[in-house]
Design a protein around this ligand. Structure first.
Ligand SMILES: O=C[C@H](O)COP(=O)(O)O
Length: 263
C-alpha cells in the first residue's frame, strides 16, 4: 500500500544529559549541519531537560532556527503545591511545541500508570502542546508474543476521553523497552508490525481520516545507519532518538535520511 504523506518528524530526546551551555552548542551545530530544505522536509525537534529550555528558546528564536523543541514530561496539573513539577502553561510560555508523555523511563522509575499518562495527555492538549505519547513493551511481553496487544492497550488507555479533533494533534511513539539504549534495534518489520497495529487501533477509535493524520514514530537505538530502513516502513513517520541525538552530526545524518532511501 502506498505511504500516506505525513511530514516526517525526528525528535531527539536528550534525557538527563547536557547543561544549558552544552544545549546551546548542540542546537547551533545541528542547525548549521542541515540546510533549509532538509529542515523543511523533515521536522527536526530537540527535547532537552527543563533547565535548558530557556536557553534553547533564546537561541532558536534569536537566530530564527528552523528547529522545534519541547520537554520530556509535564505535570497533569496547571499549577499548585506539586514540588518539583513543571506545568503545561510553563512549557507553553517557553515556546515549547512538544512534550513527551508516558516514556517507559517515567513509567518505570516514577511509577506512572495509564491513568497518569492519560491525565498528562489531556494537560498537554489543554495547554496547546503536542504530546509525544510513548507506548512499548518489555522483553518478557515480547517473548510471550503479547507486544501488539500490550501497546494497543496502552494506547487506548492514554487516549481515553480524547476526541478525534484532539487526536490529530497527538504524535504516538512506539518504543520497545528492550531496544532502548541497548544497541538492539527492532527490525524494520518489528517496528512496522506495531506501528501498523497502532494505526489500525486509531482507525477503529477515530476513523481512517483521523488515523491517517497522526504521526507514529519508532524509538529504540535509532542511528544514522538504521534509520533509512526503518523509515521505509509504511506506518513509521519518524524517530524518537535518544543517545544518537546527543551528537549533532549523527542526529543531522538521521534527519537527512530521505537522501539514503533508494528511489
Ligand atoms: O526516547 C528515546 C528512546 O528512549 C530511545 O533511546 P535510545 O535511542 O538511546 O535507544
Amino acid at each position: 500500500m502506498a505511504k500516506v504523506t505525513r511530514r516526517p518528524l525526528m525528535a531527539g530526546n536528550w534525557k538527563m544529559n547536557l547543561n544549558h551551555l552544552e544545549a546551546n552548542l548542540l542546537v547551533q551545530k545541528l542547525a548549521a549541519s542541515l540546510t533549509e530544505k532538509q529542515l523543511t522536509d523533515v521536522e527536526t525537534v530537540v527535547l532537552p531537560p527543563f533547565t535548558d529550555l530557556r536557553s534553547v528558546q533564546t537561541v532558536v528564536e534569536g537566530d530564527k532556527l528552523l528547529i522545534g523543541y519541547g520537554a520530556q514530561d509535564l505535570s497533569p496539573h496547571a499549577s499548585g503545591a506539586y514540588t518539583g513539577d513543571i506545568s503545561g502553561p510553563m512549557l507553553a510560555k517557553l515556546g515549547c511545541t512538544y512534550v513527551v508523555v508516558g516514556h517507559s523511563e517515567r513509567r518505570a522509575y516514577h511509577h506512572e500508570d495509564d491513568g497518569v499518562v492519560n491525565a498528562k495527555v489531556k494537560a498537554a492538549l489543554t495547554h496547546g502542546l503536542t504530546p509525544i505519547l510513548c507506548v512499548g513493551e518489555g522483553l518478557d511481553v515480547r517473548e510471550d508474543g503479547r507486544h501488539v496487544a500490550h501497546c494497543a492497550d496502552q494506547l487506548v488507555a492514554a487516549l481515553s476521553g480524547i476526541t478525534a479533533e484532539q487526536a490529530t494533534k497527538i504524535v504516538v511513539a512506539y518504543e520497545p523497552i528492550w531496544a532502548i539504549g541497548t544497541g538492539k534495534t527492532a527490525t524494520p518489520d518489528d517496528a512496522q508490525e506495531v506501528c501498523r497495529a497502532v494505526r489500525q487501533r486509531l482507525v477503529e477509535i477515530y476513523g481512517q481520516d483521523t488515523a491517517d493524520q497522526i504521526r507514529i514514530l519508532y524509538g529504540g537505538s535509532v542511528k544514522a545507519s538504521n534509520i533509512a530502513a526503518i523509515m521505509s516502513q509504511t506506518d513509521v513517520d519518524g524517530g524518537l532518538v535518544g543517545g544518537a541525538s546527543l551528537d549533532a552530526e549523527e542526529f543531522a545524518q538521521i534527519c537527512r535520511f530521505p537522501e539514503h532511501i533508494a528511489r
